[in-house]
Design a protein around this ligand. Structure first.
Ligand SMILES: [Zn+2]
Length: 80
């Protein structure tokens, strides 16, 4: 393997990070997404929204608002 950081991908259905084991999105993944989108809030929202449906299904024991906050609350301002 190279020297690149591992992809901090979400492990389903628990939504813990496959690389570091933190709750997803972990700090490292948020940094990766910021780099990926050059810090564009709209792109970050769109990117995170692609995970929202799956997360709501897997984390059905949580309120939708909680899942939304976890995935998108760190992207400000949240347009939803
Ligand atoms: Zn991680």
């Amino acid at each position: 393997m190279g020297v690149r950081d591992p992809l901090h991908a979400p492990g389903r259905p628990g939504w813990t990070c496959l690389a570091c084991g933190d709750g997803w999105p972990c700090v490292q993944r948020k940094e990766q997404i910021r780099e990926l989108t050059a810090g564009d809030q709209v792109l970050m929202s769109i990117y995170m929204r692609t995970y929202l449906g799956d997360a709501c299904v897997d984390l059905s024991h949580l309120a939708v608002e909680q899942v939304k906050e976890r995935l998108m609350g760190w992207v400000t301002p949240c347009p939803l």
